[in-house]
Design a binder for this molecule. Structure first.
Ligand code: PAF
Length: 285
């Protein structure tokens, strides 16, 4: 496995590759990331090249967010990539990624302002800008992202479509611990009691999922109830929202492909999670 730190070295290394699978990350790799690497490899094949980028992107963090304390574990991460059969790790530093202030940015449409975007203004502008730069640097045929960041997947999918980027996006299912907690680099911030409580976030989503499957269609009542339940348990929820999978807009009662998304703070740690709920249309008779 090669580890490269500059765009020039990356381009030189990839020059002769005819098929490239790409997994962009911010490092602090866990089993969820390893699964993305496995999916990339499966899609491009044993002879092709799998690239993982590791870069904590300042542009997508708000001024009061955890950019400074975000875990940086490059040596361990590279070892995990090597074990996962990755061919190239691209680990630029900030001066390589942003050699001058990034004056040109990608401004996503309205979807950037809802849900996560309402709480983290500018977040998706930072995400799509760095992902576009990474796509230009790596020029992958396939790129893999986790559905844990559901809104990010939608925003990136739209960008790839609207800019006709020659890359196929694969969206991977969320990897969870046995108790349901979605894997996240931020789980490491949780104190032991918070870690015990953390699976209650997905429990709230699953309760909504069950109610939807049972025929409940009062979306606002379901959201409000889950919000209140989390609050009563000591969480500070930002949102619990039932949306359409395709565009994350509020659903009509007849919509069947839904996703329930939530973000909430437990102690000082902010967790996000989501659950796709696809309801079978009732039979005609
Ligand atoms: O999902 C992430 O880890 C980041 O948002 C990404 C896509 C690597 C861009 O910095």
């Amino acid at each position: 496995m090669d580890i490269v730190y500059t765009v020039a070295a990356l381009r030189a290394r990839l020059k002769t590759e005819s098929s490239i699978g790409f997994v962009p990350t911010m490092g602090s790799l866990h089993a969820g990331h390893i699964d993305l690497m496995r999916i990339a490899r499966e899609r491009v094949g044993a002879e092709a090249c799998v690239v993982v980028s590791i870069f904590v992107n300042r542009l997508q963090f708000g001024p009061k967010e955890d950019f400074g304390k975000y875990p940086r574990t490059l040596v361990n991460d590279c070892e995990k990539c090597r074990m996962a059969g990755v061919d190239v790790v691209f680990a630029p530093d900030e001066s390589e990624m942003y050699p001058e202030p990034q004056g040109y940015v990608v401004e996503p449409p309205e979807i950037q302002h809802m849900l996560e975007g309402a709480v983290r203004p500018g977040h998706y502008r930072g995400v799509v800008t760095v992902v576009l730069k990474l796509f230009n640097m790596v020029q992958p045929h396939v790129a893999v992202f986790g559905k844990k960041d559901y809104q990010q997947c939608r925003v990136l999918d739209n960008m790839v479509r609207q800019f006709n980027l020659p890359v196929e996006l694969l969206l991977a299912e969320t990897v969870r611990v046995d108790d349901g907690l979605a894997l996240s680099s931020r789980n490491g911030y949780l104190a032991p009691t918070e870690r015990e409580e953390a699976p209650q976030l997905v429990a709230a989503l699953r309760a909504i999922g069950s109610a939807l499957h049972a025929g409940e269609r009062d979306f606002v009542a379901l959201e409000t109830h889950a919000f209140g339940t989390l609050k009563a348990r000591g969480w500070q929820p930002d949102y619990v929202a039932i949306r359409r999978q395709r565009d994350l807009l509020p659903p009509a009662p007849a919509d069947n492909a839904l996703v329930v998304l939530a973000a909430a703070r437990i102690g000082a740690t902010r967790l996000i999670d989501n659950l796709e709920v696809s309801i079978q249309a009732p039979p005609f008779f």
